[in-house]
Design a protein around this ligand. Structure first.
Ligand code: NG6
Ligand code: CA
Length: 504
């Protein structure tokens, strides 16, 4: 039993009513986009400094074996919120900007865990889990439903998909904000609207040029994925996204300071297009990608400062992680490649975003709960898919039967109170090829797809034969020892089949 339950509440209330850790701590989950393990100075980055994240880590547990469930965004976010591996479900790959809601209203989610415990729940930032009933049928000028409010969020302020996908507008509580009804929005992922310029045909209109893809509708001088028309007054300015969503996140905290709250704050940094606010331009010396990471660090600092100012810092758990590993060229000529220098976004891990190698999913992981969780470093195997079961345990919420089927309770490990972490973890890459690891061994099942993506310069980990790596002695996954270790391969294969067989 957690010790704070044993302390009579009256005593706490008398000594320090706001600062005490209660059985209902606030929870802020900060979810970076495409920020790699090695992008943070607390994880060893030398050429980039992330002082706010480092401070957070120094107050909390810094995990070195924390994984997103997948090497791309939509499946990682799906697993985080549903507690189900995304590869079990069709239609959970990288979503278009006009995808229908991928998590259906009947689904029990992480947000529902908090709601059932009496929390106010909010999501601010990148969504990328679809909106509306069906793909390509949304009315972007009306109430776009179902949406976050149907899966447990009391409040939402989101980018429907990603920064590089249309529609480039903010959606607050399922309505596009700042929309002029006389200039309605149309969106298509099939064809352009007559007379509208595109990056492909009108490169002279661009302030940032694509390196691959991203040559469709132009918004704010940047060509995107997908076509849109109208909504001029509602279009975002990329330079302001971090400021706008950080302000909304802080407003949510402020508004709910007297109630327990759960905030899912998903930043656009450092996803493409990387267009940091002018005050961060040049701050990293590494171009737009480095500057976007510094901007992310600023957002983290704002959250920490606000919690402190409101006297909530000791009664708030902050978790920081990322939805997948890093990528340097993800489709725009923003000089990230040229200015990378010696920086290693994935740290010592092989691969990156999209990959089956560790760089794909082994992401930053920090949990801070000052006064309750002892600062330290943990190398236990953990995954974001476990958040629903872990928080259900913390809040004593009973998950409905069938909910969060892949989510395991690892509260003791997350709070660094002696847990062992996961025994096994199954991960998926961009080609939906699966791997399984147990903290020491990693088996990548044979799978189709290119071994290497030239455009993004990523080793994807795809091979048409077994791969086995000993992560204890070969963290860089350099040497495939499958043929020398048939029993270990057999055991991991059998375990993977067993996990897959849970398929409903
Ligand atoms: C890819 C995009 C990439 C990024 C990714 C999704 C192209 C050529 N590449 O298809 O730029 O948007 O999808 O990233 O279009 S994620 O982090 O949201 O998964
Ligand atoms: Ca991502």
């Amino acid at each position: 039993m957690p010790f704070w339950v044993l302390i009579p509440m009256g005593c706490i209330a008398q000594t320090n009513p706001v600062q005490s850790s209660s059985s209902k701590p606030n929870v802020v989950f900060i979810y970076a986009d495409d920020i790699g393990f090695g992008d943070l100075s607390c994880n060893g980055a030398k050429t980039i400094k992330t002082p706010n994240v480092d401070l957070l880590a120094s107050h909390g547990v810094r995990f070195t074996n924390m994984h997103s469930s997948a090497a791309t965004c939509t499946p990682s976010r799906y697993a985080l919120l549903t507690g189900e591996y995304a590869w079990r479900r069709e239609g959970t790959g990288i979503a278009t900007g006009d995808a229908g809601s991928i998590i259906r209203p009947e689904r029990y989610t992480l947000a529902d865990v908090f709601k059932n415990a009496g929390y106010q729940t909010g999501v601010v930032g990148k969504w990328h889990l679809g909106l509306g009933d069906k793909t390509a049928t949304q009315d972007w000028n009306g109430h776009i439903t179902p949406g976050p409010s149907d899966i447990g969020f009391d409040y939402s302020f989101i980018l429907a998909a990603t920064g590089d996908r249309v529609p480039c507008v903010y959606v607050e509580n399922e309505r596009v904000i700042n929309l002029d009804p006389n200039d309605p929005i149309s969106v298509s992922y099939e064809k352009n609207f007559e007379g509208e310029p595109t990056g492909k045909l009108n490169p002279e209109l661009l302030k940032m040029h694509p390196s691959h893809g991203h040559d469709m509708s132009i918004v704010n001088g940047i060509s995107r994925i997908g076509f849109m028309k109208g909504g001029k007054s509602a279009l975002w300015k990329d330079e302001e996204i971090a400021d706008v969503i950080t302000r909304k996140a802080l407003a949510f905290i402020e508004k709910n300071k007297d109630k327990p709250f759960f905030l899912y704050f998903a930043t656009q940094d450092a996803h493409v297009p990387r267009v940091p606010n002018p005050r961060f331009v040049g701050s990293s010396g590494m171009g737009a990608r480095g500057d976007a990471i510094i901007e992310f660090d600023w957002s983290v600092g704002e959250v920490m400062n606000t919690l402190k100012r409101l006297g909530l810092d000791k009664n708030t758990i902050i978790i920081l992680s990322s939805d997948n590993g890093p990528v340097v060229d993800d489709g725009y000529k923003d000089r990230a490649v040229e200015l990378l220098g010696n920086h290693k976004p994935a740290g010592e891990y092989r691969g990156g975003k999209y990959s089956s190698f560790e760089g794909g999913t082994r992401v930053p992981g920090i949990l801070s709960w000052p006064g309750t969780v002892k600062p330290g470093v943990s190398d236990k195997l953990l995954c974001q898919v476990d958040m629903p079961a872990t928080f259900a345990e913390l809040l004593k919420v009973k998950l409905p039967s069938g909910a969060a089927p892949d989510s395991e309770n690892h509260l003791d490990t997350w709070l660094s109170k002696g847990g062992k972490g996961r025994e096994y973890l199954v991960l998926q890459n961009v080609n939906n090829n699966l791997s399984i690891e147990d903290g020491k061994w990693k088996f990548i099942a044979p799978g189709k797809g290119a071994a290497y993506n030239q455009q993004t310069n990523t080793e994807l980990g795809n091979l048409n034969q077994d791969q086995l790596y000993n992560l204890s002695s070969d963290i860089g996954e350099k040497s495939n020892v499958a043929s020398q270790n048939p029993e270990i391969v057999g055991k991991l294969k059998a375990k993977l089949d067993q996990v897959k067989a849970l398929n409903k």
